[in-house]
Write a protein that binds this ligand. Sequence first.
Ligand code: PMP
Length: 390
Amino acid sequence: MSFNQWLTQRIEKTKQAGLYRGLRTMSTAPQPKMVVNGTERIIFSSNNYLGLANDPILIEKALKTLHKFGLGSSGSRLTTGNTEWHEKLEQRIANFKNTETALLFSSGYLANIGVLSSLPEKGDVLLSDQLNHASIIDGCRLSKAETVIYQHTDMNSLEQKLKETQAYTRRFIVTDGVFSMDGMIAPLDQMMKLAKRYDAYVIVDDAHATGILGEGGRGTSEFFGVSPDVTIGTLSKAAGVEGGFVTGSRVLIDFLLNHARTFIFQTAIPPVSCAAAYAAIDIIEKGQEKRVRLLRRITIIKNNLETMGFKVYGQDTPIIPVIIGDAETSVQFSKKLQKNGIFAPAIRPPTVPNGESRIRITVTASHNDSQVEHLLTSFKNIGRELKIIS
Ligand code: PMP
């Protein structure tokens, strides 16, 4: 069998399992209305929660830095890729998160992998939420520690696992701050208490909470008033740019700088991205008005969908999962939304449990009232047509 025949067979299996994916092409900057595969759609699936990806202040800052520093950083942080902008941004992030210091990675994905593959040692155990993001799962797989899964956001299940794992040298609880597929907020206050009682450490991936939760948008730690041992974040969602970071104590950052392979062997993000992200954090910190606007939209969408009779999961976060049921109907629903000019994807097993296929709406502070109204009217009409609501 030739190389390509072998791969064709494998991709056929992916298709048969209904897991085949393709790309769609965007021809406009990230904003509520975008041209997708040549057709204008209202986007309800973006992580650009505060609308910063196309913000003029960020663009201006980026252009100035671009002219001085050029494009790529041309090296890893430990060789020639470390510019004053990387250091300025790290100081800004640490100050924003109220931690001693911060370390930049090229993405949130690589930050998770870097932390989880280097921090726990052989003989340790990682207690991981059942619905943690793929980058946490991959990080756990690369770790020398064992992994034990606890039920999603279930603190009784976590406590049970903590009781069962007393023989391990160290225990690390690892969780998403806001879960990407169901919009739930991890109960970090209870988790921190359990960690203290059972002598465990807490690692939080605040990718979806950074810029969103808490008065100053500092994430789950501010929302609950707690300080986890390690917090991971991304600059690619609410901050609208790219890059990941870890915040915590000076010794933690010193350790990661010396041991996290995704830090050591990766080319640093371009200085232009650092400068834009710096400007984004300034806006986020003072951006309470944007968060209030966003929360108002979240509340309107959730309340209206529930009143129509839809089952809606999640908490007060921009991720609004609307449960449709079987996978086929969810895909049909999403296609009908597209016909109505709306892009919101169907999420199916194995990403979510059987019978819980859903439309995953994400809303941003830059959606306007008429776009939200159009979304709600479309949901009502399609929901009735497909007999999901009466
Ligand atoms: N963690 C979570 C929970 C995420 O949803 C994502 C992005 N989908 C990441 C980490 C990865 O972040 P980045 O896009 O910066 O690699």
